[in-house]
Design a protein around this ligand. Structure first.
Ligand code: CTP
Ligand code: MG
Length: 223
């Protein structure tokens, strides 16, 4: 069973505000992209990796993969205007005979090695997709214009992470442009909209998403 990873790194990093795409902001001595790329490359569960970079950052991404000796990095393609567009561009580079596609955000650099096998196990059980999630500990309210409208029952709410794993043809079908999901911020939402069954597996706190400067400092301190 071949497992291809699509590493999406084509966002602009506007909330980080470093004047360059988030994946190319320094994390220690290297661009942030180096960390998830190296971890996917070292994973015994991953066979090959497609990187998705912002326009004009494809070359630096390829050079970085060479510098790291990331031999599983097979291609780097240009991303699109939205995350979904970028995933679609990356998936288009995955060969037809791939069994599983793993989609991972470069914005979650510190990928622990035991997350991927948990996701693959769920696919073995017959699910179309699998996502890592952590229990929600905050109280969650819905509000509008700065005023609380209601307090939600958090027991069924799941903050999810990446990587997310999918049976390859299921993800390809979900990415068809006819599948218009409002504000799909992850791939599972696209698969769910098509009626796919997505399994929740244990996430990991180390999969912290880098959005702001403070997140970047926290991840830097861990590594
Ligand atoms: N992403 C992408 N293509 C886009 C938008 C996002 O490949 N058009 C990727 C980002 O590179 C990131 C992941 O999707 O790895 C999650 O996006 P996010 O955290 O929002 O990153 P950015 O879009 O770069 O940040 P911002 O929204 O602050 O600009
Ligand atoms: Mg974004």
């Amino acid at each position: 069973m071949s497992v291809w990873a699509v590493l999406v790194a084509a966002g602009r990093g506007e909330r980080l505000g470093e004047g360059r795409p988030k994946a190319f902001v320094r994390l220690g001595d290297l661009p942030l992209l180096a960390e998830p790329l190296r971890r996917l490359d070292e994973s015994e569960w991953v066979d090959a990796i497609v990187m998705v970079a912002p326009p004009e950052w494809e070359e630096p991404a390829i050079l970085l993969a060479e510098e790291l000796g990331a031999s599983k990095a097979s291609a780097c393609v240009t991303g699109g205007a939205t995350r979904t567009d970028s995933v679609r561009a990356g998936v288009a580079e995955v060969p037809e005979d791939a069994a599983v596609i793993l989609v991972h955000d470069a914005a979650l650099p510190a990928l622990p090695e035991d997350v991927v096998p948990r996701l693959l196990e769920a696919l073995h059980q017959g699910y179309d997709g699998a996502v890592p999630a952590l229990p929600l500990t905050d109280t969650v309210k819905r509000g509008r214009g700065g005023v609380v409208e209601e307090t939600l029952d958090r027991t069924d709410l799941l903050p999810v992470q990446t990587p997310q794993a999918f049976i390859a043809p299921v993800l390809r079908a979900a990415l068809e442009p006819s599948n218009t999901v409002l504000q799909a911020t992850d791939c599972a939402a696209l698969v769910e909209a098509k009626g796919g069954r997505v399994r929740v597996v244990d996430g990991d706190e180390r999969l912290l998403k880098v959005t702001t400067r403070a997140d970047l400092e926290r991840v830097t301190a861990w590594l």
